[in-house]
Design a protein around this ligand. Structure first.
Ligand SMILES: [Zn+2]
Length: 260
């Protein structure tokens, strides 16, 4: 049984720390800064065994050098070896490796960056997904390197994982994402309810994460491109750019959110 601990970093990043109950070893995902991790390791007398990196942006890798020591495994995409800190394990689509007795599966999810990967732990109940800046609660990452087609395909691949999957993105962007989602689907009751719940969590200073894939499929417009409500909204807003394929609808929605 893996526990996932939330370590806030910077303004709105989360570093996820994975540990097995009764075990002093742990892993972290995307340590953009070292201090929150070092502090947690010290106060809980844990040993860092490994680091999972989803992509090369500084707010995800900035803490790696300070956390590196003998015995720490750093995992990242083979595509980004020149942009990531030195990797002990270079991975690609479909690779599997062991983490604290669990099997981690690698999913390539290009879009935010070209070499972006996600980590899926299926043999945990519920399953866990660490998706970096690809899928956010209520939204998705900006397209810095990839095309709308790539990002749409990546999100669709994530949407095919089990509905119970716990989704661990790297940022607390939920409220602004849900605000935008409500512009797209103002009558989505589940979305309205999610906004209320997330607002209450933030008012108490608590994270809105993880979410579940079922939540995302019900309320995240970027996973709902083919829903009639979203199709109609895009047709109304962009009457001169009729989307003839879901990836085109995705491009319109992403462009709208970029300017929102
Ligand atoms: Zn990023």
């Amino acid at each position: 049984m893996l526990d996932v601990i939330t370590l806030p970093a910077f303004n709105d990043n989360y570093i996820w720390l994975l540990k097995s109950r009764g075990d002093k070893r742990c892993w972290v995902v995307d340590p953009g800064e070292a201090e929150p991790v070092q502090h947690y390791l010290k106060t809980h007398e844990l040993t860092l065994e490994g680091i999972l990196l989803t992509h090369h942006h500084a707010d995800h890798i900035g803490g790696v050098a300070a956390l590196m020591k003998a015995g720490v495994t750093v995992v990242g995409s083979v595509q980004d070896v020149y942009r990531l800190p030195p990797l002990n394990l270079q991975v690609t689509q479909g690779d599997r490796f062991q983490l604290l007795g669990h099997t981690v599966q690698v999913l390539e999810v290009p879009g935010h960056t070209l070499g972006h990967i996600a980590y899926f732990i299926e043999d945990q109940h519920p399953p866990l997904l660490f998706c970096g800046d690809t899928l956010f609660a209520g939204g998705c990452g900006r397209l810095f390197e990839g095309t709308p087609e790539q990002m749409h395909a990546s999100l669709q691949a994530l949407a095919r994982l089990p509905d119970t999957t716990r989704v661990y993105p790297a940022h607390e962007y939920t409220l602004s994402n849900l605000k935008f989602a409500l512009q797209v689907e103002p009558d989505n009751l589940q979305l309205q309810q999610r906004m209320t719940e997330c607002q209450q969590l933030r008012d108490k200073g608590q994270p809105t994460l993880p979410s579940t894939l079922a939540d995302e499929k019900a309320t995240n417009p970027f996973l709902r491109i083919s829903q009639p409500t979203v199709v109609r909204c895009l047709a109304r807003r962009f009457p001169d750019q009729p989307a003839t394929a879901p990836a085109e609808g995705f491009a319109l929605l992403r462009g709208w959110k970029d300017k929102a």
